[in-house]
Design a protein around this ligand. Sequence first.
Ligand code: NAI
Length: 459
Amino acid sequence: MAESPIHDIVILGAGSGGYAAALRAAQVGVDVALVEADKVGGTCLHRGCIPTKAMLHSAEIADQVRDSAKFGVRSRLDGIDLDGVNAFKRGVVDRLYKGLRGLIAGRGVNLVEGRGEVVSPRQVRVAGELIEGRQLILATGSHARSLPGLAIEGRVMTSDQALALDWAPRNPIVLGGGVIGLEFASLWSSFGARPVIVEALERLAPNEDLAVSKQLERAFRRRGIGFKVGAKVVDVWQSQDEVGIRLENGEELSGDLLLVAVGRGPNTDAVGFEQLGLELDLGFVVADRQLRTNVAGVWAVGDIVPGLQLAHRGFAQGIAAAERIAGLRPPPLIEAGIPRVTYCDPEIASVGLTEAAAKSEHGADAIETVEYNLAGNGRSQVLGAQGFVKLVRLAGGPVLGVHLIGARVGELIGEAQLIVNWEAHPEDVAELVHAHPTQDEAIGEAFLALAGKPLHAHV
Ligand code: NAI
């Protein structure tokens, strides 16, 4: 029998972090085996970022048809064909999946299909076969969490089941006003439902700047999306046709579905991590800035590493780990410089520190902010986008945070990300000419205002 080769790297998990590591490793001439139990692409491609964005695009079209008379176009929304929405979503995912498989095969990555379990720092067992490597990258990702004692069944579901629905909810209850809760509430509302969000903290989008949360709450109210903040669920029940919850204050709500969107937990159970002696913190794998774990030769990337659970962070970590193993010296990732986008309507995009975080880090007197309202931005007026650009800077110093809310502002985060990560001063940006009329111009105008020379803004 031929002996199995010893690979330079074995990667466990082919989601965003794992496949990025594999592609980069192969690119720099490192021999790599990529072990995947399900489909390459992981949560982002099959159950997360991509399918939800496809559905949110259908939702945007529904809203545009509904509102078309405002733009002088007569049309009527006949209804949502959920089979059609799902077929569109599947088409997008399938094309990307095919492309990704092609990339993986084309770069010569050895894809091993099957559930892997780590048996030593150099070995992963897949269906009885040992896959050996000189280094091991763990990239097993995350799963939707539930509340203690709350079973995910029937009308109680997470985003996994909600994405696969073949019916459109009429009055869903959404538990959690974070990223997943906001995106689903937004899309179901566009499809004609009246969702209610229940959030334990005091505001929707609690990780965002306070001004963004307030603007979002106003916009959701106008859209008929209900929400209860500072609300804790104490009981959940369901029947054939209905699901009900009771809040701590005794209030009861009922609906046709309960989406549990209270965060995602790391997939670090039953994959051999503990036997390896790997240091875990609340189930997450502890890794240093180079993404090394406490076990020599074992690295960790993506959602299993504490921090932002975002696909683009996973890509960046995967690339960095592969490069370090290959002997390159990429700089450590700066977590605070990673951009964040929530694709609800209105969209939210941010990078760097919120005003509150900047004040607590540098002292209230050291922080200056400015908000530029999209009402003064020509392109936003054409699109009917309402919202603002908010800048947070260190007085006399660099920009620490950029916060955006409004239709399509996710596409503006690229410039904001450069500004924050390159520690630009407002005066540096204010002198750059922004194309007119673009929504991007709103960023330029905000910087003009912060540099003390506003153009299309009242002072
Ligand atoms: P999240 O952490 O963004 O939001 C969960 C929310 O649930 C929090 O606001 C929390 O206060 C609330 N919560 C927790 N327990 C609760 C309870 N018992 N009752 C009521 N509210 C409760 O997590 P989410 O939305 O589940 O998303 C999971 C991960 O997936 C996030 O890290 C997110 O960044 C990522 N993701 C990113 C997307 C994007 O970048 N556009 C899209 C979807 C998910």
